[in-house]
Design a protein around this ligand. Structure first.
Ligand SMILES: Cc1cc2nc3c(=O)[nH]c(=O)nc-3n(C[C@H](O)[C@H](O)[C@H](O)COP(=O)(O)O)c2cc1C
Length: 183
């Protein structure tokens, strides 16, 4: 069974993107093995501490290496993805040994991208993340990306309204991701 590593680009406990990620995990049940990547302990990228890599960095790199595919759920912060997610991806993009050619651990991995955000539904964030993933030699799915636009009621309750349309979108995105793994 394919292994899908789920990454939420928000550290917030009640994060809508985490809620969407958990819904996607539930939709993948029986079709793939899933794991949610926890990375709050990954330090800020600083080339002074790059080698040997901090333990948390070794752990997240190992999790990505072991996965057949990734599924990233990103908020939109000022038309882009949040700094915590960029920091994680920067670490994943670097060589493991000093002087070695930088081969990102994401190279060749299919990556699905989804988002929960305000009015934009995260369109800007997903577009920029897709571009970044391509630069990291990953294979982002571009045609199918679930984007959820949150309204005032959702923000007030901190509860993601999981509509049939969203669930159908997750199913379609999951199928596309698994097809990319099998290709
Ligand atoms: C610094 C900051 C900037 C934001 N900029 C945007 C934006 O440009 N477009 C948008 O649709 N939502 C924007 N938002 C709203 C977030 O996308 C929204 O709160 C989202 O739910 C956060 O994700 P989370 O619930 O997973 O933590 C911004 C929020 C923050 C904190």
């Amino acid at each position: 069974m394919a292994k899908v590593l789920i990454i939420a680009g928000s550290l917030r406990e009640k994060s809508f993107n985490r809620q969407l990620a958990r819904a996607a995990e539930a939709r993948l049940a029986g079709r793939a093995e899933t794991e949610m990547l926890e990375y709050a302990d990954v330090p800020f990228m600083n080339q002074d501490v790059e080698f040997p890599p901090p333990e948390a960095v070794e752990r997240v790199r190992a999790a990505v290496r072991a996965a057949d595919a990734l599924w990233i759920f990103t908020p939109e912060y000022n038309y882009s993805y949040p700094g915590v997610l960029k920091n994680l991806l920067d670490w994943l993009s670097r060589p493991v040994v000093p002087g070695e050619r930088a081969t990102a651990v994401t190279a060749g991995k299919p990556v699905a991208v989804s988002s929960c955000a305000g009015r934009s539904a995260g369109a800007g964030s997903r577009a920029k993340l897709t571009e970044l993933l391509r630069a990291m030699q990953a294979v982002p799915l571009e045609e199918l990306q679930v984007g959820v636009s949150l309204d005032g009621a959702a923000f007030a309750s901190d509860e993601l309204p999981l509509t049939d349309e969203i669930l159908a979108g997750l199913d379609a995105e999951a199928s596309a991701l698994l097809a990319a793994v099998a290709a």
